[in-house]
Design a protein. Sequence first.
Length: 236
Amino acid sequence: MKNLSLFLICALLSLTTNAQSIIGAWEATNTSENGELQKVVVVFAEGYQVLTMYNATTGAFIHTNGGSWKLEGDMMIEKVEFHTDDPERVGSEARFKVIITDKVLEIPEANLKFTRIDDGKPGALQGAWLMSGRIREGKTQQRDTSRPRKTMKILSGTRFQWIAYNTETKEFKGSGGGTYTTIEGKYTENIEFFSPDDSKAGLRLTFDYELIDGHWHHSGLSSKGAPIHEIWSVRD
């Protein structure tokens, strides 16, 4: 019994260590059939992840998928919430082996090897967030985050990505991402891809940000130049 208890404790510690070590952002590159360099970035926050491929030179958006995740030993289990190549996979579960070290994440089944970008630090806003409201003309408009239509933002220590989608209709609405910084109340996005309009790649947008009662208030001018004041809540 003592040996069994020790085995269970070691197994739990191993699972916890793997889950913690995968948190952050990872990057891989490959070359398309026509010789274009493509970048693949995957961001893991607690419980949620997103993988995206885009042209490394032009920023042209190619693909994204993601949803919730958990690790059981060396098996990654993902519940798909959005998938641009195959929407019918939304709602399904994917299982595959992963090999995780401090600097490398491998998915042997897909012949993918990622190198670590960050481990979730410095990450003042690291985590998965859902848009939960807006402030317009001084009035707060709440959004029900339990509904199928979601706008989620996942941030590592240095990378961000937003994704708009509907888990009921399996529709993908749009996504954009890149790197970010948080300095003295200013949240700055350096856009590397933007699916609604590839020409937005390369834009640098700066917003005011503040955490109020655990909610992220995000205000400034959107990529279209329109004033916004969004409220984001940590996703459970």
